[in-house]
Design a protein. Structure first.
Length: 358
């Protein structure tokens, strides 16, 4: 039997060992004739056996010793560091944001080999094409509002305790453009929710959004609808909506997927901001929160929305609303409760933190 047929389906190591043993007894030429192979092949395995022993008979990598186009160690190290800094960013976003001089496939290979890829959760098939439905919506016609508890974020929690940072984020996200606005509260109650709504509506109205055409969607949290055991009266949040004549839509109980856009932002901001940033004090926290909001609305491209920013999508809709509508500095709502109540649910605007974006 020919040597190359013998090593198919059997132990290559065992065949090579017998070949080397035979060559030491009868010589290389005789062994090559018996195994029906070339003398070069027999000589190769005899040489490896003499140099490395039994390990020399094992299969070695056939990869070239030198690859001219291989990514340099310096670039690989840089990619790994960037991935660790932004653990939620994939190859495309890393390449696009940092203009890396390698392909997305190379970036993916590097972060996989470094063990920096999380196992993906199974995605269930969508019953509808939600993207098409959202494309048919009017900008600022449908806005999801929700709260995020920051208490369980590992990087943020110790800083929250040490610096007295707020525990809750109050978030609004426009479904059509993906743009977001958020503020903070030390408590999650109807007063802060109402103050946040007033802050947001004043911004929308100032930039010419027809408030009467806006629908605000929330879940059934007490900060939005008040206590179900309350005998009379409505929550301060609902009272603000009524004052501005804004429509209110509530999702069914235990149906968080109805709030998918604002929930998606909560996951993004946790991965890209709260889980990596450090702060010296409250002012620095608010400044960085403002910077991230500007980045998200004006610079960050959303893959789910065709790799476009909220500002780019707003322009595509043909809306006459200025992109500055997305420029609303985050505030700590509790600091303005007195002004909010005395002013008939009109919130103070913190112009000193406002930055003009061109």
């Amino acid at each position: 039997m020919v040597y190359y047929d013998m090593i198919k389906g059997t132990s290559k190591f065992d065949i090579r060992l017998k070949m080397v043993e035979q060559a030491t007894k009868v010589g290389i030429s005789q062994t090559a004739r018996e195994y029906k192979t070339t003398r070069l092949t027999v000589r190769k395995w005899v040489k490896r056996y003499r140099e490395k022993g039994l390990r020399g008979l094992e299969e070695e990598s056939r990869a070239p010793k030198h690859i001219p186009h291989k990514t340099s160690k310096e670039i690989e190290t840089n990619i790994i560091e960037l991935r660790r800094t932004h653990p939620a960013w994939g190859p495309e976003r890393l390449k696009m944001h940092y203009e890396l001089p390698v392909s997305t496939k190379a970036i993916g290979r590097i972060i996989r080999q470094a063990g920096l890829v999380k196992k993906k959760k199974r995605k269930w098939k969508k019953q509808r094409d939600l993207r098409e439905l959202k494309r048919n919506l009017k900008a600022f016609g449908y806005i999801q509002v929700d709260t995020k508890d920051l208490f369980d974020i590992e990087k943020y929690w110790p800083q929250m305790r040490a610096l007295g940072l707020p525990r809750y984020e109050f978030t609004a996200r426009d479904v059509r453009t993906g743009g977001e606005w958020h503020a903070y509260g030390m408590t999650k109650d109807s007063t802060n929710a109402g103050l946040f709504a007033s802050y947001l509506f004043a911004q929308l109205k100032y930039y010419g959004v027809d408030i009467n055409e806006v629908i605000i969607q929330t879940d059934n949290g007490t900060e939005f609808i008040g206590s179900v055991f309350k005998k009379k009266g409505i929550s301060k949040f609902v009272r603000v909506l009524e004052e501005y004549k804004v429509k209110h839509a509530r999702i069914p109980p235990r149906a968080p997927t109805w709030q998918s856009d604002v929930e998606a932002f909560h996951k993004i901001v946790e991965d890209e901001f709260y889980d990596i940033e450090e702060y010296k004090n409250r002012d620095e926290f608010l400044a960085k929160a403002y910077a991230y909001q500007l980045y998200f609305n004006f610079k960050r491209k959303n893959r789910y929305r065709g790799n476009k920013t909220p500002v780019e999508i707003l322009k595509e809709t043909g809306s006459s609303i200025s992109p500055q509508v997305f420029n609303l500095p985050p505030i700590i709502l509790d600091n303005f409760i007195d002004d909010f109540i005395k002013g008939g649910y009109h919130v103070y605007t913190s112009d000193k933190f406002y930055i003009k974006i061109y």
